[in-house]
Ligand binder design. Structure first.
Ligand SMILES: Cc1cc2nc3c(=O)[nH]c(=O)nc-3n(C[C@H](O)[C@H](O)[C@H](O)COP(=O)(O)OP(=O)(O)OC[C@H]3O[C@@H](n4cnc5c(N)ncnc54)[C@H](O)[C@@H]3O)c2cc1C
Length: 1023
C-alpha cells in the first residue's frame, strides 16, 4: 500500500488565481452574510441563560473551557445528582478557572440544591448534545430527517461511536448500520419527493446517504499491518455495500485521524475496484484540507476516479486538528496538519478549485460553515461556468442554521450530516463540536460570538500567511518530518555545546508509511540470512573465543538458533577486569565533552542500524514490531541524553561565590564496574546502564542476559565502531551465577549496575555490602528490580480509554515488562461492565510470532519461562476465578502462554502479591476509592501504578497517596520516555534511581570540591 508519491498536483495545476476571484468572492460573501444577518443569530449562540453564558465564558477563558468540556465529557457516566453536583464543583471551582464571584458562590452553596446542579445540568447538557445529534429514538430520527427533507435539505446519517475496543463491538457497529439502512429505506421515496437537494442537472443522486467511520469496524488496526485491517474492515463493509446497492443508497467513508488516512484511501480504492462494487453503490470519501499532503491525495483520487468511475469527494478542513498537533508533538514527528488556520483555509480554496475543475471525474461536496470558503466555491464555479446545482454544500446538523437557510434561498444544494446514537458514545463528537464553536480562530465563533465585520470574515486567507513562518513553523522539538527521516548521518542538532543542554527524543518509526514497513521486513529477512554465527567475548576491543558456546533461540521457534554466545569463565572475567581497570586510568581523564561526543556518535550508529537492531530484537527477544522499534529508540535516547547531561556535569560548578576564595565542585568517575542487564529491554537497558557509566569516565564489563546475548554482542561492536578505546567497554557473556557473581564480589569492582529480578538483585545488594581487606572503594550498587504494578479504574473512568490502556499495560510484550500491569483494581460500580469489555478486548488481540506485523501478543522469552508461568496459572485456579484465557497458535516449537485474566482475586493470594512476569492479569473489586488505594499500596514493590478517573479529587488523592516510582493518570503505565518520565521505583523495586533522568549519572560519579585561597597579600581577583 503506497501513499501518492508526487509532491505536486499531477492532473492540473490550479489556474484560478485568487486575484481574479476576489470580486466574485466578495459579492457572494456579502449576499450570504446579509441573508444570515436578516435571519438572526443561530440558536447555539443566541439561547438565553446558562447555555449561552457557558459558551461565552468558554471563549473568554481557556481554563474554563477545558474544565467545562471535561465535565461535559464525564457527565453521561454520572448516575446521581450528588455525583453530578460534585463533579461540576470540582471542575469549575478549580483555582485556575476565572469564575465570576457570583457563580463561585452559587456553586459552593449548591450542596443543598444538588438537584439543580445535578439533574438540571444533565438536562441542559443533554439539550446541548441534542442540538448536534439526533438521538437514538427511531421515530425521532425519521421525524427529523422528514423535517429536513421538507426544508429541501438532504442528509447523510452517521452512527456515533468511534472507539471500538473489541471485535464484538465492531460486529455490533456493522449490524447497526444495516439496521439503519433498512430503517431509512422505508421512507426514501417520500423523502426524495420532498427534498430538492438531491436533484442535480445531471439527474438525481441517492436520497439515502450514510457516513461510516472505518475505525469502528475493526478494533485491532495496527499501523504496521494495514493489510489485515483492510481485509477485516472490507469483510464487514461488503454486506453493507451490498445492501446499499440494493437500496440505491450512497456510502461515504469519513476521514478520521491521520494514522488512518492512507488506510482509508487504500481501502476505498480497493473495495470499489472489486467487480461487485465497481458499478455501485454510489460512494465517496472525505478529504481534509488541513493536511499538508491533501493536495497529493486529492489528485490521486481524481486520477483513480477517471479510471474507475465517478466518486464524490467531500472536502472538509478536518475535525482533529488539536489531536493531530498533540499526537505529533508527543511522538516528536512533524505535524501532518498546517499550523496556521489561514493555511488550511487557503488550501481549502486551492482544493475547491481543483475539484471544480474536475467535475467530469468527481462529484464535489464542500463541507464548511465558513462563508468565505463557501463564497470562494461559488465564485470559482461562476468563473468556470459551472451550474451551482452541479455540486453540493454540506453542513453539520445543529450548526450554522442561518447560513444553511441562505444557501437554500440561493438555490444551492445542501446536505446535513446527522449523527445518531446514544449520548455516551456521542461525547467525543459533542466535544469536537463545542471546540469548533468556541475556537477563537473558527469562523462561527468570529461571526456569531464576536460579531466580526464582513471585511474581516471575507479576507483572503492567502494574505494572512507569512511565507517564512508557514515554512518554518513547527514545534521546537519536532526533529524529523516523517518523510525526511534519514538513517545515514548523525543528527547534527543533537550535538550540544559545553554547558548547553541539547537533547531531543528519537521519534518512533511511523509504520503507517509503506517504506518504513518495507525496511523492517527486509531487515528481518536479512537478519535471518545471518543467523547462527558465533559471537566471541570482547576484551580490550579484541575477540576472545571460549571452549563453550551457548545457543540463543528464537522464542517463536526453538529450532531457530539466532547465534551462539561465548561462555566466559573466571579466567576471562579476570582478564576483562584487568583490561577495564587499566583502560579506566586514561579514559577517566579524557575531557567530558570528548566522551560525550563518542556517545553521541554511538547514538547515531544505533540510529543508522535502527531497522537491523529491531529485526534482531524481534527474532531473539520475541518483541513485536512497535515494541522492538521503541526499544531501539530508547537506546538512542539514552546515548544522547546522558551525553548531554555529562556535558553539563563536566563543567566545574562554583558551590558558593565568596571573595578571596574559589570553591568548585567537579565530578569524577567511580572507577570500574560491571553492568548486568536483563533480556526484556535487551538493547535499551543495556545501552542505558553502559552508556551512563562510560560517559562518566568509568570502564565497564558488560554482562548481557543469557536470553539475548546476540543483541548484547551487536551493541558492543557498535561501541567499538564509535571509537571507544580498548578496555573501556568489555563484553562478557556467560553464566551469570558464575562470572557475574565472581565480579560482583571482586574487591577491584567499584560499582555494579543491575536490572533484573528481585531475587538476584537482593543477592547482589548483599554481596556488594561485604568489604574485603584492602578493597579501595565502597561498592555502589545501582539496582532496579521488579514490580507488581497496579491500575485503579474509578467509577467514572473513561471506559474506552481504560480498557485500551489496561490491555496495553498488561499484555504488551506478553506482560514481560517490569512496569507491566498485573493487578487491576476496579470500583464496584463499574466492575461488571468494565470486565465484560476488558475480556472482549483481550479476546480480540492478535497472538502469534512477533515477526508478523500486527501481532500484539508474541511468545514469552523461553521454554523455562513458559513452563513457570503455566504453572502459576494452574495454581492460580485454586485462588481466584479464571474469567478468561486466550488461545495461542498450536506450535510446540514456540513458547506461547495464553493471556489470562483472573477475577475476584483475593488480596492475600499469590496472584495478587507475587511478580509473574507474563501475560497474567489479576483483577480485584474495590468498594470505594479509599479501599482501592489501600489495595494498590498493599505490595512490597513500588514501581509503576496508574489511575483512570475523571473525579479531580480522586486524581489528587491518587497523586498524593499511591506508592510507586512512576504514577500515570488516565493512560497506560508502560513506555516511559527518556527525560520525560525518568524511570525507576523504590521499596523492593529498586534503590530509587531514575534511569533516563538527569540525576542518574550521579550514580556513576563522585563529587570532589576544590577550595583555593585566592588572596595574595591582601589582593584578591574580582569576585
Ligand atoms: C458534512 C460534514 C462532514 C464532515 N466530515 C468530516 C470528516 O469526515 N472528517 C473530519 O475530520 N471532519 C469532518 N467534518 C468536520 C469538519 O472538518 C469541520 O466541521 C470543519 O473543519 C470546520 O470548518 P469550517 O470551514 O466550517 O470552519 P472554519 O472555522 O473556517 O475552520 C475551522 C477549521 O480550521 C482548521 N484549523 C483550526 N485552527 C487551525 C490552525 N491553527 N492551523 C491550521 N488549521 C486550523 C480546523 O480544520 C478547523 O476545524 C465534517 C464537516 C461537515 C460539515
Amino acid at each position: 500500500m503506497n501513499a501518492p508519491s508526487a509532491t505536486l498536483p499531477r492532473i492540473s495545476e490550479v489556474h484560478l488565481r485568487d486575484a481574479d476571484l476576489e470580486p466574485g468572492i466578495r459579492k457572494w460573501g456579502i449576499e450570504i452574510l446579509q441573508k444570515v444577518d436578516a435571519a438572526g443569530t443561530p440558536s447555539l449562540f443566541s439561547k438565553k441563560g446558562l447555555y449561552s453564558s457557558l459558551m461565552e465564558w468558554a471563549m473568554q477563558d481557556p481554563n474554563f473551557k477545558t474544565q467545562l468540556f471535561r465535565f461535559v465529557d464525564v457527565l453521561p457516566t454520572l448516575n446521581s445528582s450528588a455525583e453530578i453536583s460534585r463533579h461540576l464543583k470540582e471542575y469549575l471551582l478549580d483555582p485556575r478557572v476565572n469564575l465570576s464571584p457570583a457563580l463561585r458562590v452559587a456553586l459552593k452553596a449548591a450542596g443543598g440544591a444538588s438537584w439543580l446542579f445535578g439533574a438540571g445540568i444533565k438536562a441542559q447538557v443533554t439539550g446541548m448534545a441534542r442540538q448536534f445529534m439526533l438521538g437514538n429514538d427511531e421515530e425521532e430520527i425519521i421525524a427529523t430527517l422528514s423535517k429536513l427533507s421538507g426544508q429541501n435539505i438532504a442528509f447523510t446519517v452517521d452512527i456515533l461511536g468511534e472507539a471500538v475496543v473489541s471485535e464484538s463491538e465492531a460486529d455490533d457497529y456493522g449490524a447497526r448500520y444495516h439496521h439503519l439502512l433498512n430503517l431509512l429505506a422505508r421512507q426514501a421515496d417520500r423523502w426524495s419527493r420532498l427534498s430538492k437537494s438531491n436533484a442535480t442537472p445531471r439527474g438525481p443522486v441517492p436520497t439515502l446517504n450514510i457516513s461510516v467511520k472505518l475505525s469502528a469496524l475493526y478494533s485491532q488496526i495496527h499501523p504496521a499491518d494495514p493489510e489485515t485491517a483492510i481485509e477485516v474492515i472490507s469483510s464487514r463493509l461488503r454486506p453493507l455495500l451490498r445492501r446499499a446497492k440494493e437500496l440505491n443508497a450512497f456510502i461515504n467513508l469519513d476521514m478520521e485521524s491521520y494514522v488512518l488516512k492512507d488506510l482509508t484511501l487504500e481501502l476505498f480504492k480497493r473495495i470499489f475496484s472489486e467487480p461487485e462494487f465497481s458499478e455501485g453503490p454510489a460512494r465517496g470519501l472525505a478529504i481534509q484540507a488541513y493536511l499538508r499532503d491533501s493536495v497529493c491525495d486529492l489528485n490521486d483520487l481524481i486520477e483513480w476516479a477517471r479510471n474507475h468511475g465517478k466518486i464524490t469527494i467531500r472536502l472538509i478542513k478536518g475535525a482533529y486538528w488539536d489531536y493531530e498537533v498533540v499526537f505529533a508533538h508527543q511522538k516528536n514527528w512533524r505535524e501532518p496538519v498546517f499550523v496556521h488556520k489561514a493555511e488550511t483555509d487557503a488550501n481549502f480554496e486551492k482544493l475547491s478549485a481543483l475539484l471544480l475543475e474536475n467535475l467530469d471525474s468527481v462529484d464535489a461536496a464542500f463541507g464548511t460553515h465558513n462563508v468565505r470558503s463557501i463564497a470562494h466555491v461559488l465564485a470559482c464555479a461562476e468563473h468556470l461556468g459551472i451550474n451551482r446545482r452541479d455540486f453540493e454544500f454540506q453542513m453539520l446538523y445543529g450548526m450554522a442554521d442561518p447560513i444553511k437557510s441562505a444557501l437554500i434561498e440561493m438555490d444551492c444544494r445542501l446536505r446535513e450530516y446527522c449523527p445518531v446514537g446514544e449520548l455516551l458514545p456521542g461525547m467525543a463528537y459533542l466535544v469536537r463540536r463545542l471546540l469548533e464553536n468556541t475556537s477563537n480562530e473558527g469562523f462561527l465563533a468570529n461571526k456569531f460570538g464576536r460579531d466580526a465585520s464582513a471585511e474581516e470574515l471575507l479576507r483572503n486567507p492567502a494574505d494572512l500567511i507569512d511565507p517564512r513562518e508557514a515554512r518554518s513553523h513547527s514545534f521546537t522539538n519536532s526533529v524529523l518530518a516523517r518523510s525526511d527521516a534519514t538513517r545515514d548521518a548523525p543528527h547534527p542538532h543533537r550535538r550540544g555545546e559545553a554547558g548547553c543542554f541539547a537533547f531531543t527524543n528519537e521519534p518512533p518509526t511511523d509504520f503507517t508509511r509503506a517504506p518504513e514497513r518495507e525496511e523492517l521486513s527486509a531487515a528481518i529477512k536479512k537478519a535471518r540470512e545471518n543467523l547462527g554465527q558465533r559471537h566471541p567475548l570482547i576484551i580490550n576491543n579484541k575477540a576472545v573465543t571460549t571452549s563453550e558456546w551457548l545457543p540463543s533461540l528464537n522464542p517463536a521457534n526453538q529450532n531457530e538458533v539466532i547465534g551462539y554466545s561465548a561462555q566466559a569463565g573466571i579466567e576471562e572475567s579476570n582478564a576483562a577486569l584487568a583490561a577495564a581497570r587499566s583502560a579506566q586510568q586514561k579514559w577517566g581523564r579524557i575531557p567530558a565533552n570528548e566522551r560525550a561526543e563518542k556517545l553521541e556518535y554511538l547514538g547515531s550508529l544505533l540510529h543508522r542500524e535502527k531497522a537491523s537492531l529491531s529485526a534482531l530484537e524481534i527474532l531473539e527477544a520475541g518483541k513485536n514490531w512497535a515494541e522492538a522499534d521503541a526499544d531501539v529508540a530508547e537506546a538512542i535516547d539514552f546515548c544522547n541524553f546522558y551525553a548531554a547531561v555529562m556535558r553539563e556535569l563536566g563543567e566545574p560548578q562554583t558551590t558558593q561565590a565568596v571573595a578571596g576564595e574559589s570553591n568548585v565542585q567537579h565530578w569524577v568517575a567511580r572507577g570500574t564496574g560491571i553492568i548486568i542487564a536483563p533480556w526484556n529491554f535487551p538493547l535499551a537497558i543495556l545501552t542505558g546502564m553502559t552508556s551512563a557509566a562510560v560517559v562518566a569516565g568509568n570502564a565497564v564489563i558488560v554482562k548481557p542476559s543469557d536470553q539475548t546475548p546476540i543483541i548484547g554482542a551487536r551493541l558492543i561492536e557498535l561501541f567499538i565502531e564509535a571509537g571507544f578505546p580498548a578496555g573501556v567497554v568489555n563484553l562478557l557473556t556467560g553464566p551469570g551465577s558464575k562470572v557475574a557473581a565472581h565480579l560482583v564480589s571482586h574487591p577491584q569492582i567499584d560499582f555494579i549496575a543491575f536490572t533484573g529480578s528481585k531475587e538476584v538483585g537482593l543477592k547482589i545488594w548483599e554481596a556488594a555490602g561485604h568489604t574485603d581487606a584492602g578493597q579501595a572503594n565502597l561498592k555502589k550498587v545501582v539496582c532496579e528490580m521488579g514490580g507488581k504494578n497496579c491500575i485503579i479504574v474509578d467509577h467514572d473512568a473513561d471506559m474506552d480509554e481504560a480498557v485500551a490502556g489496561c490491555i496495553m499495560s498488561a499484555f504488551g510484550y506478553q506482560g514481560q515488562k517490569c512496569s507491566a500491569l498485573s493487578r487491576l483494581i476496579v470500583l464496584e460500580e463499574n466492575y461488571d461492565k468494565f470486565i465484560e469489555r476488558l475480556i472482549a478486548s483481550a479476546a480480540s488481540m492478535r497472538v502469534g510470532p512477533a515477526e508478523v506485523p500486527g501481532t500484539i501478543i508474541g511468545p514469552v522469552i523461553s521454554r523455562a519461562a513458559q513452563e513457570r508461568i503455566m504453572r502459576i496459572i494452574k495454581e492460580g485456579n485454586a485462588e481466584a476465578t479464571m474469567a478468561w484465557q486466550g488461545s495461542v497458535p498450536d506450535d510446540e516449537n514456540a513458547c506461547y502462554v495464553p493471556p489470562t485474566i483472573f477475577t475476584e482475586v483475593p488480596e492475600h493470594s499469590r496472584l495478587f502479591r507475587e511478580e509473574i512476569f507474563g501475560p497474567v492479569l489479576a483483577v480485584t473489586r474495590a468498594k470505594n476509592f479509599e479501599q482501592a488505594i489501600e489495595l494498590a499500596n498493599s505490595s512490597e514493590f513500588a514501581l509503576t501504578a496508574g489511575c483512570y478517573s475523571r473525579t479531580p479529587s480522586n486524581i489528587d488523592r491518587a497523586k498524593a497517596d499511591m506508592v510507586c516510582g512512576n504514577l500515570y493518570i488516565n493512560r497506560s503505565i508502560t513506555g516511559a520516555v527518556v527525560q520525560r518520565q525518568p524511570f525507576g521505583g523504590y521499596k523492593m523495586s529498586g534503590g530509587g534511581t531514575k534511569a533516563g533522568g538527569r540525576e542518574y549519572l550521579h550514580n556513576f560519579l563522585v563529587p570532589r570540591v576544590i577550595t583555593e585561597n585566592c588572596l595574595r597579600r591582601g589582593f584578591a581577583p574580582e569576585v
